[in-house]
Design a protein around this ligand. Structure first.
Ligand code: SF4
Length: 225
């Protein structure tokens, strides 16, 4: 993975082509920052449709707050979020993140937002069940920090366009983006959302739809198709 002007040009071109195609995706779809945090945990290993169902139940039961989840019986919480899969494990994780928020800022996320990015990231990574992708999703979409989220879709698109190797590490991919793409909250937020949409609509795991994809011309120009 390099940082030359060509790669910098390419990553910014990918952004602008996808942005022109999909427009402003207004991520993350949630009514509150806490809901984003809960969604970031529930979406681990499942589709967003299943997450929405679980969040709807939490809302209907008036349980969507850090103190309610932190104090709720674990079995009951697991039943509420059953649709998201791995519901017992995720109930544990929701309780851990809710306890963290209660402990760190008394449930007031605006207070947490005032902390520096690196410090906050380290603290989030110490919460059981929060890995780099979940921590970074929380940082950019709930806490407004300028950080790029790396996921399976990012890896797929970037590697198919020769930006990264197939086995590149999470931190390596993230620092590549941070070095070559504007460190703007709005753009980093939108970039991840665009890559997810591009992967879902065109860049399928098997048989990518390069001919219809907004990045098809780029891939052709690079001689990949
Ligand atoms: S579908 Fe093809 S052109 Fe589109 S992102 Fe995937 S590899 Fe690139």
């Amino acid at each position: 993975m390099g940082n030359g002007p060509e790669l910098k040009g390419k990553i910014n071109k990918i952004y602008s082509l996808l942005n022109d195609h999909f427009g402003d995706l207004k991520w993350w779809p949630a009514e509150s920052d806490f809901e984003v945090m809960i969604g970031a945990i529930l979406t681990q290993n499942t589709s967003w449709k299943n997450v929405e169902k679980a969040i709807d139940v939490l809302k209907r039961k008036k349980a969507l707050s850090p103190s309610k989840i932190a104090n709720m019986d674990k079995g009951r919480l697991a039943r509420y979020i059953r649709s998201s899969g791995y519901h017992r494990l995720k109930a544990d994780r929701l309780k851990e993140i809710s306890l963290f928020i209660t402990r760190e800022c008394g449930g007031k996320l605006d207070k947490l937002k005032k902390e520096g990015l690196e410090n906050l990231r380290e603290k989030l990574l110490e919460v059981k069940g929060v890995g780099p992708e979940t921590a970074d999703s929380i940082l950019v979409y709930a806490l407004g920090k300028p950080v790029f989220v790396v996921d399976a879709y990012t890896r797929r698109i970037f590697s198919r366009h020769g930006l990264i190797g197939h086995d590149a590490a999470y931190d390596e991919i993230q620092s590549f983006v941070h070095k070559n793409f504007p460190r703007s909250i709005r753009k980093l937020n939108q970039f991840h959302a665009l890559l997810v949409e591009a992967a879902k609509n065109f860049c399928k795991k098997k048989d990518p739809l390069c001919r219809e994809c907004p990045l098809g011309g780029l891939r052709r120009r690079d001689g990949f198709i």
